[in-house]
Design a binder for this molecule. Structure first.
Ligand SMILES: Nc1ncnc2c1ncn2[C@@H]1O[C@H](COP(=O)(O)OP(=O)(O)OP(=O)(O)O)[C@@H](O)[C@H]1O
Length: 604
C-alpha cells in the first residue's frame, strides 16, 4: 500500500496546479489507495507498492511546478519513472529539483507555457529515454544532454532555445526535433538519421541536413566542395555549363572561341572542362534561392533548348534553365561525394551526384560514362547527364521516388510486407543487371565499385535498379571490412582466377545484399559485421535464427532460404578469386527460382 504521506503529497501536488475540484473529480482521495483503487493518471509497480507513473495530460493544469514536494520524498524519487504533463497551462521555470527524481525515464512537459532556461540538472537524469519540452517558451542554451547516453527521443521544437546543439550521437535517437528555435552554428553530424525537418526554423543554424551551409573558414580558400555547399545554383550552374560545354557550345565555340562569359557569373573554357564561380559569389549566398547566378548564365542565350549529355526519351525535354532555377536539396554526403535532389518547376525530379576526389581526367571520365551508357539493362539506372571538370564530376539521374532497397529493408517502411517471392525476384533481377554490365564491360574492367543496398533503387513499378554504376574506380568492399581481408587465398577454391578484381568486389557487394535480403539485418550496425556474423553462425552452431523473422513467420521453407544463403556465402568469400562470377550467380539464383516455382505449383 502507498503511505499516507505519499498520498497527501500527490494530492497537494495536483491541488496546487488546479482547483481541488479536479482532484476530487479524477478520484484522488486521501483515504483511498492510488494503486489499489486506481487513481486516475497514476500507475504503480506490480506489487502496488510504489508509484511509477504520473500521467496528467490535458488536465488544464496551471501554475508553476513544485517538484521538490514530490521528488524530495524518497518513496517517490526512488520509483517515479514517468512524469507526463503534456498539454496543460503550466508556466514558470522547469524546476531544477526534477532531477532528484533520479529514476525518471520519461519526462514529458510539452505543450505548456514553461519559460526560462532548462536547468543544468536535467543532464544528470541518467536514465532518461524520452524528453519532451516542445511547444513551450523555453529559452537559453540546452544543458549538456548529450551525456545522457540512453536518450532516444528528444523533442524541443517550438521554443526559443539558442546556442549550439550539443554533440549528440544521433545514432541513438528514434526521434529528434529542435525545429523552430533560435539555435545557431553548425549541426553536428546526423549520420544520415534525421532530415531537415528536425532542424528547420532556426535561422542561424547551418550545415547538413539543412540546405544552407555554414560560412566558410576565411583562412581557407574556396574548395570545390564549399562551392557546392554554398549554393545549389552554383552546382547546377556548373552542371549547366558542363552540359553546354559538351553539347551545344562545342559547335558554337568553334566559331566564337568563347561563350558569353563576360556576362556570366560562370565561365567555361572551350572544352567545357572548367566551371568556376568567383568566390565572392558564395560568401553571401547562404540559401539556394539566389537567382543571380542562373539568370546571367541563362541570358547567355546558349542554354535555350534541351541540353542533355546522354539523351533518354524521358529526359529529352529536360530544360537546363529549369534545372538551374530549381532548388537543390542535399540528400546525403557519403564517402564518395554528395547527392542532391533537384525538383524542376514541371515536377521532374533529378538526383545529382557530385563525386569528390577522383583523379580521373575529364576526357577519361567522359569516355567511361559514355561506355557505361552503351550497355542497357532494365535493372540498371542510366545516367541522364553528366559533367566533368578538373574540380568536380557530376552525374544526373532521374530521381526514384520509391527509395532504395536499404530503406525498404531497414527504413521506416519496415513494417511493409516484403515477402520471400519478391526478395528472390529482387535478387534475380539485380544479379542479371550486374552480370550484363560485367559481361559488356569486361574489356574495360569497369565495375560498379560501390554496390550496396542504398544504391539499389526502386522504380515506380517497384522493380530494383542498380544506380551509380561505375562512379568509383576499384573501390574494394574489403576497405570497410578489414576482418575479411585474407592475403592467403586458397588455390583449391579458385573459381574465377581471371575475374578482374573490381568485379570480384561487386560480387562481394552483391553477396552482402543477399545477406541483407535473407537476414533483414544491416551490414554495419554499430560494429556489427553482417558477413562475419553470418559466417560465424553458419560455421558454428547452425540455427534458423539467422533468417529474417518475417520470412520465418511467412513460412518460407528453410531449405530454399539455405540455398540462397549458400550463394551469398560464396559471394562473400574472403578470397576474391574464389567468388563466383555474376553470370554464375545469376544461374544459381535462377535454379533456386525454378525450384521455388515448382514447389508453388505443387502447393496449389
Ligand atoms: N536517383 C535517385 N533517386 C532517389 N534516391 C536516390 C537516387 N540516388 C541515390 N538516392 C538515395 O539518396 C541517398 C543518398 O545517396 P548517396 O549516393 O549520397 O548515399 P550512399 O549511397 O549511402 O553513399 P555513397 O554512394 O557516396 O557511398 C541514398 O539513400 C540513396 O538511396
Amino acid at each position: 500500500a502507498i503511505e499516507a504521506e505519499v498520498r497527501s503529497s500527490l494530492i497537494s501536488f495536483l491541488g496546487n496546479l488546479s482547483n481541488h475540484g479536479v482532484v476530487a473529480a479524477i478520484g484522488w482521495k486521501q483515504e483511498s489507495d492510488p494503486c489499489v483503487d486506481g487513481w486516475n493518471g497514476i500507475a504503480c509497480d506490480a506489487q502496488n507498492a510504489s508509484v511509477t507513473k504520473l500521467r496528467l495530460e490535458g488536465f488544464n493544469l496551471s501554475g508553476s511546478l513544485d517538484m521538490g514536494s514530490l521528488c524530495n520524498m524518497p518513496a517517490i524519487a526512488s520509483s517515479l519513472a514517468r512524469l507526463v504533463l503534456n498539454g496543460n497551462n503550466l508556466g514558470g521555470g522547469v524546476p531544477a529539483q526534477i532531477s532528484i527524481c533520479r529514476q525518471l525515464t520519461h519526462l514529458q512537459i510539452g505543450g505548456n507555457k514553461f519559460e526560462g532556461e532548462l536547468p543544468d540538472s536535467l543532464a544528470t537524469l541518467d536514465n532518461l529515454k524520452v524528453l519532451n519540452v516542445s511547444y513551450n517558451n523555453i529559452s537559453g542554451n540546452l544543458p549538456n544532454l548529450s551525456r545522457i547516453s540512453g536518450l532516444q527521443i528528444f523533442l524541443a521544437q517550438d521554443n526559443q532555445l539558442s546556442g549550439k546543439i550539443p554533440a549528440f550521437d544521433f545514432y541513438n535517437f528514434d526521434e529528434f526535433n529542435i525545429s523552430y528555435n533560435n539555435f545557431s552554428g553548425q549541426i553536428p553530424d546526423v549520420q544520415g538519421y534525421f532530415n531537415s525537418s528536425s532542424f528547420i526554423g532556426n535561422p542561424f543554424l547551418c550545415g547538413y541536413p539543412l540546405p544552407n551551409n555554414c560560412p566558410q573558414d576565411k583562412r581557407k580558400g574556396v574548395s570545390g566542395e564549399q562551392v557546392l555547399m554554398y549554393s545549389g545554383y552554383a552546382l547546377l550552374g556548373s552542371l549547366l555549363v558542363g552540359a553546354v560545354g559538351f553539347k551545344l557550345c562545342k559547335k558554337k565555340m568553334k566559331k566564337t572561341g568563347k561563350v558569353d562569359s563576360e556576362n556570366s557569373a560562370l565561365s567555361i573554357d572551350g572544352s567545357g572542362n572548367k566551371a568556376t564561380v568567383p568566390s565572392s559569389e558564395h560568401k553571401t549566398s547562404a540559401t539556394l534561392n539566389r537567382p543571380e547566378v542562373s539568370a546571367t548564365s541563362v541570358e547567355s542565350g546558349v542554354v535555350s533548348s534541351s541540353l542533355v549529355v546522354v539523351t533518354r526519351p524521358t529526359v529529352n525535354g529536360l530544360m537546363f534553365e529549369e534545372l538551374l532555377r530549381a532548388p537543390a536539396e542535399l540528400l546525403g554526403r557519403g564517402r564518395h561525394g554528395s547527392l542532391y535532389k533537384v525538383i524542376c518547376e514541371n515536377g521532374a525530379m533529378y538526383a545529382v551526384k557530385r563525386i569528390k576526389d577522383w583523379a580521373i581526367s575529364g576526357e577519361d571520365f567522359k569516355k567511361r560514362m559514355q561506355r557505361i551508357d552503351q550497355v542497357k539493362h532494365p535493372n540498371v539506372l542510366p545516367a541522364a547527364a553528366f559533367y566533368s571538370s578538373q574540380q568536380e564530376k557530376l552525374l544526373v539521374y532521374e530521381f526514384q521516388q520509391n527509395g532504395s532497397l536499404f530503406r525498404l529493408l531497414h527504413g521506416t517502411q519496415m513494417g511493409r510486407a516484403f515477402e520471400w517471392g519478391s526478395r528472390l525476384n529482387f535478387a534475380a533481377s539485380i544479379a542479371k543487371g550486374l552480370a550484363t554490365m560485367h559481361r559488356e564491360l569486361r574489356d574495360v574492367e569497369i565495375a560498379h565499385g560501390n554496390l550496396k543496398s542504398s544504391n539499389i533503387l526502386l522504380t515506380k513499378d517497384m522493380e530494383p535498379c542498380i544506380s551509380e554504376y561505375g562512379l568509383m574506380v576499384l573501390y574494394d568492399h574489403q576497405d570497410l571490412t578489414p576482418s575479411l581481408i585474407t592475403p592467403a587465398f586458397e588455390p583449391n577454391h579458385r573459381s574465377n582466377p581471371s575475374m578482374p578484381r573490381a568485379f570480384g568486389s561487386d560480387v562481394y557487394g552483391f553477396g552482402v545484399i543477399l545477406l541483407e535480403l535473407l537476414t533483414g539485418k544491416m551490414v554495419h550496425d554499430k560494429g556489427f559485421d553482417l558477413p562475419k556474423w553470418v559466417l560465424s553462425v553458419v560455421q558454428e552452431e547452425w540455427t534458423v535464427e539467422v533468417f529474417d523473422k518475417s520470412l520465418i513467420l511467412e513460412g518460407v521453407s528453410e531449405e530454399r532460404m539455405v540455398n540462397l544463403l549458400q550463394v551469398a556465402i560464396k559471394c562473400v568469400n574472403r578470397s576474391p578469386e574464389a567468388r563466383p562470377s555474376m553470370t554464375q550467380v545469376t544461374s544459381m539464383i535462377a535454379t533456386i527460382k525454378e525450384e521455388e516455382d515448382r514447389s508453388l505449383a505443387y502447393e496449389t
